[in-house]
Design a protein. Structure first.
Length: 392
């Protein structure tokens, strides 16, 4: 629902009932992920898209029907072999499971409050029951800030507490996902499937070294939605005039700044300094932090020398294995701008557990967890776990 949060917030603020159609599950190469929504108000105004266009008409009709009937939420399934009354084939060949429900904002004031928090840029999660007992289907509970404050209710008891815990964990990871709760005597006798719509704070990109490559990387990092910090101990180079698209430019020794700043599993650390007196203490610290990516620029000779110094400093091999160096994917990059694309491509590939290989060399769904590729006469198989929240 965060793809249309501004429209939903306006309708909630004006107490206008609307139908909300949400993708609650995706199989194959569906164009948009779970959590994407379309909404239709009483006047027939629509917002959002769940398929890039190929099933929008059918979803719009379902939304109008739910608004008119005012009854229980409805489920719809769209796939390439759909034979029901709303038979629409996804051009990409994927499958979508969609929940359509009526929202009366006056009865759910917590939803307007959560949308407002998200639009202010604050971490917010909306937990929506998408499978389970009919009387709970479509109910929402909102979790704000650090995951401790819950608003609204699903079942006013252990279910609410269990969902709040799950939503808080996903909020801290910055990832929208579907979770299962209940099915036991301690929480709820019937199992619930809950889709947690997460609006997380922006992930951080920490760039160390105020060089030309850092200027290009800060621009692309900003474009990708990162909160970008450029840090360098040399004030003549580290200034806002040289890095206008960075959110923060810091003059300090890199390791000293890293010691005092906040990082998490979505943070990307890019070391562009090329100087051992900066690199070694910085990397030693970075390896001990729960960040999502650590990369360092330099030639292969520089990389080998850097590894030698780190080993001399007592860094074990399992920590050295976290280092992506030379930084970036092999794109033939030469200019600062091309190099920035190479670096961010590797960050996306690494943090999303992808192969980084051309999609044209693969078989199967392009958005699925399993990627198979034919490259160099060999077949490579990669079974990717769920992403850690960075870039999704």
């Amino acid at each position: 629902m965060w793809n249309i949060a501004d429209t939903l917030h306006r309708w909630c603020r004006e107490a206008l009932p609307f139908a909300l159609a949400t993708v609650v599950d995706v199989h194959g190469s569906a164009p948009l992920p779970a959590g994407t929504s379309v909404a239709v108000d009483m006047d027939g105004n629509a917002a959002g898209s769940i398929s890039g266009g190929c099933v929008e008409g059918a979803v719009y009709e379902l939304c109008q029907q739910v608004l008119k009937d005012g009854g229980a939420p409805q489920r719809a399934w769209f796939g390439y072999s759909d034979d029901d009354a709303f038979a629409v084939g996804l051009t990409c060949g994927g499958e979508l499971d969609v929940l359509v429900q009526r929202i009366d904002p006056a009865a759910q004031p917590h939803l307007a409050a959560a949308l407002a928090e998200g639009l202010r840029g604050r971490p917010t999660a909306v937990a929506q029951v998408v499978d389970g007992p009919e009387d709970l289907l479509g109910r929402t509970l909102c979790v704000l800030g650090d995951g401790d404050a819950a608003h609204g209710t699903l079942d006013d008891g252990e279910v609410d507490r269990a969902v709040t815990v799950e939503a808080g964990a996903l909020l801290r990871a910055g990832r929208t996902a579907r979770v299962e709760v209940g099915g036991d005597g301690d929480t709820c006798p019937e199992k619930l499937s809950v889709l947690v719509h997460v609006h997380a704070s922006r992930p951080r990109m920490l760039i160390f070294g105020a060089v030309d490559f850092a200027a290009a990387l800060s621009r692309i990092g900003h474009f990708l939605g990162y909160r970008v910090t450029v840090c360098d101990a040399r004030p003549v180079f580290a200034n806002t005039a040289r890095f206008p698209e960075a959110d923060e430019v810091v003059v300090d020794w890199p390791h000293r700044y890293l010691e005092r700043t906040e990082v998490d599993a979505r943070t990307a650390i890019c070391v562009l300094t090329h100087d051992a007196k900066f690199d070694i203490p910085l990397l030693r610290l970075a390896f001990d932090l729960p960040v999502g990516y650590v990369g360092a620029m330099g030639s292969r000779r520089t990389h080998d020398e850097r590894l030698h110094r780190l080993r001399e400093a007592g860094v074990p091999e399992e920590k050295l294995a976290r280092l992506r160096s030379p930084i970036g994917l092999d794109l033939g990059a030469r200019t600062p701008e091309e190099t920035a694309i190479s670096i961010t491509a590797e960050i996306l590939s690494y943090t999303n557990h992808a192969t980084g290989l051309p999609l044209s060399h693969g078989t199967g769904p392009i958005h699925g967890p399993l990627v198979r590729s034919q490259a160099g006469g060999r077949t490579a198989s990669y079974d990717a776990p769920a992403p850690a929240g960075m870039g999704r």
